[in-house]
Design a protein around this ligand. Structure first.
Ligand code: OGA
Ligand code: MN
Length: 281
């Protein structure tokens, strides 16, 4: 029996965890283990109105794995990164527009880092309109393919790049922007991720540019078709934020995106990322 009280939010992805207080969550090792188990089972965990402090958020994440501190300097608490389109709160805000397109975090790392294991967002301020976060189950995306599709796609490899994800929201970059995007190496990943736990998921999204060894346009059409298959309504949970909500997702088996919100919106999420140790293979 889990120590968590959980209500499923859809039949495919997402569950609400109720009855916890933020201090408990930050300091109880047994709870952290239960959170990791529930995350594996549900893909996304929602804690309505938890009002987790930034310090407690980082403390929780330290119990889930190793906290990413590589982008420190945007917030006074180490391990916290503000997600906002407001450049006065985050100078790299322009890059975040790509989060409006379905993606998996960390598919175009600087070196060979694995995609993050889990990501936590807590709502500081919400958008007046839009700004929901949507999650799609990438395990279900694989499992609902036909046997012949599973066989056909099992050997495909996909080239991911930062340029591909940025072009989707900024199709006419300056030479300087393009040079900056291209300074990040491209990565060739299998389309089907064989996880250590024996499950399989599809690795798709904004950074997926083309299929290696296939005509570029035909490959892009297939990637688009697979993304549409992966994000049909019955595979998606859409979270409408209230201030104080915390959401954790399994970044290895879930695609996510933000629904558009106004560029001058006060929306601000505080993010903490737990590093992954499982290569896409
Ligand atoms: C992210 C992300 C979506 C959102 O933090 O990685 O994609 O809704 N956020 O802000
Ligand atoms: Mn993201």
């Amino acid at each position: 029996m889990s120590v968590l009280t959980i209500n499923k939010l859809t039949s495919s992805v997402g569950a609400e965890v109720v009855g916890l207080d933020p201090d408990q969550l930050a300091h109880d090792d047994g709870l952290a283990t239960a959170v990791l188990d529930a995350l594996e089972d549900n893909g996304v965990l929602v804690f309505h109105g938890l009002n987790l402090s930034p310090e407690a958020q980082v403390a929780l994440c330290e119990r889930l794995g190793e906290v990413d501190r590589s982008a420190d300097g945007h917030h006074p608490v180490s391990g916290i990164y503000p997600i906002t389109l407001d450049k006065s709160k985050n100078k790299a805000a322009d890059y975040l527009k790509a989060s409006f397109v379905w993606h998996i975090d960390g598919c175009t790392p600087m070196h060979d880092e694995c995609p993050q294991k889990a990501t936590v967002l807590s709502a500081q301020q919400v958008a007046r309109r839009g700004g929901e976060t949507e999650f799609a189950n990438a395990y279900a995306a694989y499992e609902t393919l036909s046997d012949s599709e599973k066989q056909r796609y099992g050997s495909l490899r996909v080239v991911h790049s930062l340029e591909a994800s940025q072009r989707r929201v900024n199709p006419e970059p300056t030479a300087e922007q393009l040079a900056r995007w291209r300074s990040r190496p491209t990565h060739e990943n299998p389309l089907v991720w064989n996880h250590r736990n024996g499950r399989k998921s599809l690795v798709l999204g904004a950074s997926a540019d083309y299929i290696a060894g296939m005509d570029v346009d035909a490959g892009r059409a297939l990637l688009e078709e697979l993304l549409a298959h992966s994000t049909t309504p019955e595979k998606v949970y859409s979270h409408t934020w209230s201030v104080g909500d915390t959401v954790i997702w399994d970044n290895q088996g879930v695609l996510h995106r933000a629904m558009p919100y106004e560029p001058n919106s006060p929306r601000e999420m505080l993010r903490t990322t737990v590093l992954g140790d499982e290569p896409i293979q």
